[in-house]
Design a protein around this ligand. Structure first.
Ligand code: CO
Length: 344
């Protein structure tokens, strides 16, 4: 029966010692036997006395133990060892080349640092176009893949990847895939992705409150607030309508439309008309007041929301600030970093 003699060959932590002792004992016995003479080709007349053999065997076993110890020590300080714990945060934004966005990103970094004072923070932009644009201006920003590879190179063992996206759309899921790939590669002991702005019901409620708090005080209740979300073909586009539903429980004249997803302005416009709205406050519901806010929302072109609404008899007031410029929204993202950090 295999395994009937001696310890099991399956190395399970504490069994290792038993294994080593068992075989060292065997080696020692071997050196004390006649095999010793044949190995070292000792002629019978010059045979070493049993006493000397015994001492020699102990010396040899001692040497083997020393060698094994040295190998184990070298292993412990190199390949296969558990590296000392080093936690890092990777903040991942869509990215922006706008100057106002840089202020927002600095604000996010400052707040993240305040919440996790001893944790190094790195940045990545998911947008290839923005990264290229910035590179031409001499500003080097990493993709999540490159940023994580660099963190691996810097010996980080635990990484909290925090999405600064609004919903769990395509960009967020791309980051998810990247995080998954790094998990499979096993370069980090742990790598966890944090939720975007809107994920749970609690996030929805906090975002409703953040919107209500950031609407200009001058706005009267009979005036509409029309938020411009980005929108997507991704199933998570439904978050915008769900948020509008919850906002309207508290203030029925707040609307959310999308530039690139349902509901677009042609769906919202009849709602404004039915409520006989005379004035609307246009605000971006995007982290950065970038190209969409400047042109599609507030531009002078005929097809901007401002132009279309003004033409239909609704006076427009513009608020040119992205959600990442307000602490109320930033706090939600920063709180989401606690999710992955709680796993470390
Ligand atoms: Co866009």
């Amino acid at each position: 029966m295999v395994g009937a003699v001696g310890p099991s060959f399956i190395w399970k932590g504490g069994e290792a010692e038993t294994f080593v002792i068992f075989y060292l004992h065997k080696i020692q016995k071997l050196f004390q036997s006649d095999v010793f003479n044949s190995i070292f080709q000792i002629e019978p007349e010059k045979e070493i006395p049993q006493m000397k053999k015994s001492v020699l065997s102990y010396v040899l076993v001692g040497l083997i133990v020393c060698c094994m110890g040295a190998v184990a020590w070298a292993g412990g300080h190199g390949h296969g060892s558990k590296a000392p714990k080093k936690v890092g945060i990777l903040l991942v934004a869509f990215g922006s080349s706008e100057a106002s966005a840089q202020v927002s990103f600095e604000n996010i970094e400052r707040k993240t640092k305040a919440a996790f004072p001893n944790t190094p923070i790195r940045w990545a932009y998911t947008s290839h176009i923005i990264r290229e644009k910035l590179a031409k201006q001499g500003q080097q920003l990493d993709s999540p893949e490159v940023a994580l590879a660099k963190m691996q190179d810097e010996d980080f063992t635990h990484v909290a990847v925090q999405s600064l996206h609004t919903i769990g759309g395509e960009e967020y899921h791309d980051v998810r895939r990247t995080v998954g790939a790094f998990k499979i590669m096993g370069g980090f002991q742990r790598i966890v992705l944090g939720y975007p702005l809107l994920a749970t019901q609690e996030d929805m409620e906090r975002t409703v409150d953040a919107i209500l708090k950031t609407i200009p005080k001058k706005r009267k209740k009979n005036e509409a607030v029309l938020l411009m979300g980005h929108g997507t073909h991704h199933p998570s586009n439904a978050f915008y309508a769900a948020l509008m539903f919850q906002l309207q429980q508290k203030d029925p004249n707040i609307f959310i439309g999308q530039v690139e997803g349902y509901p677009e302005l042609d769906v919202i416009q009849p709602m404004l008309k039915a409520k006989k709205i005379k004035k609307a406050w246009l605000m971006p519901f995007m982290s950065v007041a970038g190209d969409h806010a400047k042109n599609d929302m507030a531009g002078d072109e005929d097809d901007s929301w401002k132009s279309i609404l003004t033409k239909s008899g609704i006076k427009c007031e513009i608020v040119m600030k992205g959600t990442a410029e307000y602490d109320e929204f930033v706090d939600i993202w920063v709180d989401h970093v606690k999710g992955p950090m709680g796993h470390f």
